[in-house]
Design a binder for this molecule. Sequence first.
Ligand code: NAP
Length: 482
Amino acid sequence: MRVVIVGAGFGGIAAAIELRRHGFDQLTILEGADELGGTWYHNSYPGAACDIPSHAYSFSYAQRRDWPKLCPEQPEILAYLQGVAREHGVAEHIVTGAKVWACRWTDPGWRLATEDGRSFTCDAVVLATGQLHQPLWPAILGRDDFTGRSFHSAAWDHDYELAGKRVAVIGTGASAVQFVPEIASRVASLTVFQRSGNWFLPRRNRPYPRWLRTVIALVPGVQRARRWFVFGIGESLTAMIRNPRTVGLLGRLRSSVLMRWQLRNRELRRKAWPDYTFGCKRVLFSSYFLPALGRENVELVTSPIARIDPAAVCTGDGREYEVDCIIYGTGFRTTDFMFPMEITGVDGRSLAQDWADGAHAHLGMTVPGFPSMFVLYGPNTNTSGGSIIFYLERQARYVRQALSLVRSCGAGAIEVRREVEAASDRATQARFAGTAWTRCDSWYRSKDGRIIANWPGYMRQYAAATRTLDPDEFTLLPRAGA
Ligand code: NAP
């Protein structure tokens, strides 16, 4: 069986390792960039690191005992992923510089076309392009007229020397809170434009002391115990988000204590304080962002941006902030998933049309009318409390089970039954009722407010739901000529 995986980030590599281990060795991984790594290849801004501890943010079968700190930085994570891909023999299956623009069901099988004119055919396709890979440039009047330097956090301009410059940062999400403290001491002035405040939890992330590194490296079981501890912390954060009126108040209290301590200036505290339920947007882990806002050369602006002039960012209250550089920390087009890739299924149906009112897929992976097509990190599989690697490993196993079923039955392809997908979507959506996620706007939601990014429950529930593929939920399509 020929399988093409689109994307060589954590998801694509997880799928390739799982499939190869089970004898699916006709694998091709198409990667648009020049190197594998996905988000950890593209996002190289100063301070880029994972805010999920590496015990959890790593594959269960490739645990390292020598991480230098709790949450390693981007170069270490990228090197880890590249090392795992090499060690498991999947690196040689990667075709880089192959950006897929079309993916068509050709009955049987799939045909994929890349932007440089190549085409690939296969029996099954795994779309592992993720939710956070297309930078969002905000629609602000005059943005293109700015004559200074500007770039997005996901494509950091390392050739531009920020030292001594007047810099504006637009956005205060998980990326901005990592790079703002890094650049604040270097620039002449930093104006941070915030549309919404955030809830913060501490993350100091100092290098491990030598004794702890030794204990982790030498004492059996310590690494495993820490992994399960981190898992428990993640599940407890989900409990806070799921129950905003009870345990959620504990999260809010913990965050408030940190924020009050770090924001001694009353006016700054008023401006930075969030006006929505704890956990509705992503909770941010940083002990350094709020103190950076208190620096003399840093100003937090909460008046909405009205327009961008050739040399200034102008706000609705009539003020103009002259700057040399604008850095957009404005996040990603999360609800687009793999689009604008053209995906066409049975009878020429378009995935973009099927998902026009918001993406949905059975367990985030399979869509009726698109046989043997699997989405990794698809709709409703993002986590607000936990590690996405945990989800990706489960998805890789589920895909492998589906393809093993096709193989063992001598079938041509596998397709989720329409009523199964519809029921699972209804059940997923129903589980958001009463949770913090429903209480504000966020990148988790489509235009009409449907939450399409996040899994509504706990990691352990996703593991249970995906542990064993139920053949009754699927239809097997015959092989060509059978
Ligand atoms: P983000 O969380 O979506 O933040 C984007 C920021 O830009 C928000 O503050 C948003 O304000 C603001 N914004 C967007 N459009 C705007 C506009 N037109 N005018 C003014 N402000 C605007 O993006 P991100 O920081 O890149 O993070 C995205 C996700 O990537 C995270 O949630 C996380 O899942 C992941 N990430 C993870 C890590 C990690 O350590 N694990 C690190 C970085 C990123 P609003 O809040 O008002 O929309």
